[in-house]
Design a protein around this ligand. Structure first.
Ligand code: NAD
Ligand code: UDP
Length: 340
């Protein structure tokens, strides 16, 4: 299939492009580089040995998207493009609603105009909020809004795609709810490259290992969990990428309609367990300090992944140790990420 990958220069997008190219798909990346660098696209070409079309365009720009669809005639779209920083979304809600909702509305409109009926959308475990206890199933009741505007954009986009699918019987939309992506391609050539001080646990630990940060700040050790720190379902980014390739296979059969799948491992690890795993992989102690709780954090979140296993034939294969080893290889080989 020929697949337009919006946000394909980003962390999950680059890894997914590699897997799609390995499986014989053609990939067209559309990314405005607001949170990525052109060298990431070069590395996708290098690792795959394939020519990958790249358009530095904003998905909110309808005319630019029409031009791309006219030229490329894609069969499907994977929509990664979006802003994703929780704290920033609290400070700049309009920017988040404009970019995340605007890009999706424009994209679906252009898909309709060009008769493209297949989309995979990057949703998030954040849509579950705190309504139900883990393991979280896809049929769980969802809250009206998430803990931050970023999360609420995911809830709203899910609803837009659900409503659109009701109105258009031949529309196929696969909503993938990611848990916590960690790790990097085993070559060490691509990986996560956060701008500024990392918000997420794994990048912060990785930067502490290479000396860019003094110590990890553990946000709270008084949660009702065995060691008092929060539990999350960390998933290797290459497993996540393979989940997208499995979702695309649904489009090759008859129409799949609207589907929702969790992509996680089904197993939760605490902050202290993750820190220990990184310490072992790095072969060094990683300094840390216990701080207060971070607003909006839930004690525990992990997936029930049985639906993806049954319907997509997909399971996460890589361990927490793999995530740590691969992340550190990327971080050590590229201490400044993709550079300036
Ligand atoms: P990322 O920031 O590395 O990648 C997103 C890419 O989209 C970036 O390259 C950015 O430049 C691009 N982009 C943003 N807005 C755009 C626009 N309007 N037009 C064109 N390009 C645009 O993030 P990621 O971690 O790879 O995440 C990919 C998707 O997965 C996002 O939608 C994110 O919300 C979602 N997600 C990520 C996580 C995570 O922890 N990484 C968890 C759940 C869901
Ligand atoms: N966390 C932490 N220190 C950090 C970053 C995160 O202790 O510098 C904790 C955070 O409180 C949460 C877990 O690590 O319990 C995972 O946080 P992350 O931001 O990576 O993912 P999310 O909150 O989206 O699940």
């Amino acid at each position: 299939m020929k697949i337009v990958v919006t946000g394909g220069a980003g962390y999950i997008g680059t890894h997914t492009c590699i897997v799609l190219l390995e499986q014989g798909h053609e990939v067209v990346i559309v990314d405005n580089l607001c949170n990525s660098k052109p060298v990431a696209v070069e590395r996708v070409r290098e690792l795959s040995g394939k020519d990958v079309a790249f358009y530095e365009k904003d998905v909110c720009d309808g005319e630019a998207m029409r031009e791309i669809f006219r030229k490329e005639k894609p069969d499907a779209v994977i929509h990664f493009a979006g802003l994703k920083a929780v704290g920033e979304s609290v400070e700049q809600p309009l920017r988040y609603y404009e970019n995340n909702l605007g890009s999706t509305l424009t994209l679906v409109r252009v898909m309709e105009e060009f008769g493209v009926k297949n989309i995979v959308f990057s949703s998030s475990a954040t849509v579950y909020g705190d309504v139900e206890n883990p393991p979280l199933r896809e049929d769980a009741a969802l809250p009206n809004h998430a803990a931050c505007p970023y999360g609420t954009t995911k809830l709203m986009i899910e609803q837009i795609l659900k409503d659109y699918a009701v109105a258009h019987e031949d529309f196929n939309a696969v909503l993938l709810r990611y848990f916590n992506p960690v790790g990097a391609h085993e070559s060490g050539r691509i990986g996560e490259d956060p701008a500024g001080i990392p918000n997420n646990l794994a990048p912060y630990i990785m930067q502490t290992v290479v000396g860019k940060r003094d110590k990890l700040h553990v946000f709270g050790n008084d949660y009702p969990t065995p060691d008092g720190t929060c539990i999350r379902d960390y998933i290797h980014v290459v497993d996540l990428a393979e989940g997208h390739a499995a979702a695309v296979k649904l489009f090759e059969k008859d129409g799949c309609g609207l589907r929702i799948y969790n992509l996680g491992t089904g197993k939760g690890y605490s902050v202290m367990e993750v820190l220990k795993a990184f310490s072992e992989a790095a072969g060094q102690e990683i300094p840390y300090v216990i701080d207060g709780r971070r607003d909006g954090d839930l004690p525990e979140s992990y997936a029930d992944c049985s639906k993806a296993k049954e319907e997509l034939g997909w399971v996460a294969k890589k361990s927490l140790q793999d995530m740590c080893v691969d992340s550190l290889r990327w971080q050590r080989q590229n201490p400044d990420g993709f550079g300036e």
